[in-house]
Design a protein around this ligand. Structure first.
Ligand SMILES: [Fe+2]
Ligand SMILES: [Fe+2]
Length: 307
């Protein structure tokens, strides 16, 4: 990590990532509507559901990285570990606030979130360091891939959406891509030979993400009344299954021995224009706590704010 040293526009999406201290105001969400994306309301429900347990994983990650850091000899990697600790602490803080806001609409979310908190607290205390680093690297595979997939599909899923929620998710996904190789590198540095265990942890993490997401998503579909028509309920669940299977398909390269996050085709291929534009805009002091169409157009350097 070099604190915002190089120009973000020219860097690899994983280079030079700083800790950004941002605090989002969820009281400003338009119409107080948790289905905040008018481009794709099911997407907002899915991402809300996926996010509920994530701050508790992020705190588990922070504790794991703090425990592992003294064992790492590479100073650059140590620096990246400090940066991921800072970024994830900021994520957790904001997502815990967001969960409180969500629970007003979906009371069951508070209960499900408590279960997630207990799970990660317990495992943080009882797991071996190898398990913690492996599980963290497995999880980070999917937060990183979700970051890439969501930014690539911005137009389809988020273009017309609440400015605070758009800002929150663009920020989170950009940073997940930025630090997407750190936990992987820590695992390789400490347990590089244990390739099967690394792959097993990728599957364990996906199974946990899927079960947490499905529980929260189902609770939300009930509150939204989708099951009054069972066919509608099933169709809504189909979108959840589609998104989770998309994560799995994009995770397939992770099972190659030669895999490294920096070389994933979604990173090394066409670079994500929103990621580059957001990093440059934030680096130059732009306000990224709320992003409406005009601001996104300004960020992307587009004259027409239909962006
Ligand atoms: Fe995060
Ligand atoms: Fe992360």
């Amino acid at each position: 990590m070099k604190q915002a040293a190089a120009s973000p526009s020219s860097a690899h999406p994983m280079d030079d990532f700083p800790v950004r201290k941002l605090e989002f105001n969820f009281d400003n969400i338009e119409f107080n509507d948790p289905l905040w994306s008018r481009s794709h309301r099911d997407f907002s429900m899915l991402i809300n559901a996926l996010g509920v347990h994530v701050p508790h994983f992020e705190r588990y990650l922070v504790k794991t990285m703090i425990e592992a850091r003294p064992k790492i000899k590479d100073e650059n990697l140590q620096g990246d570990m400090s940066a991921i600790i800072g970024q994830e602490a900021q994520h957790a803080k904001n997502f815990l606030h967001y969960n409180k806001w969500l629970a007003k609409r979906y009371p069951k979310i508070a209960e499900l979130e408590n279960g997630a908190q207990d799970f990660f607290n317990h495992h943080s205390k009882t797991d071996s360091l190898k398990r913690k680093v492996g599980y963290t690297a497995g999880y980070e595979t999917f937060t990183f891939l979700a970051g890439l997939i969501i930014l690539e599909n911005y137009d389809r899923w988020m273009k017309d959406s609440d400015p605070v929620m758009k800002a929150l998710w663009v920020w989170h996904q950009v940073e997940e891509v930025e630090h997407g190789a750190v936990a992987f590198d820590v695992y390789k540095a400490l347990y590089g030979d244990a390739e099967w265990y690394r792959k097993w942890m990728v599957l364990a993490a996906l199974a946990h993400i899927a079960s947490e997401t499905i529980k929260c998503y189902t609770a939300m579909t009930i509150v939204e009344g989708y099951w009054r028509n069972p066919f509608r309920g099933i169709r809504k669940m189909g979108f959840c299954a589609y998104m989770l299977s998309r994560f799995l398909i994009n995770a397939l390269p992770v099972f190659k021995r030669s895999y490294h996050p920096r070389n994933h085709k979604l990173v090394s291929g066409k670079k994500n224009t929103i990621q580059i534009a957001w990093r440059r805009y934030e680096h130059d002091g732009g306000d990224v706590l709320s992003i409406n169409r005009e601001k996104m157009a300004e960020m992307l350097g587009i004259a027409n704010p239909g962006a």
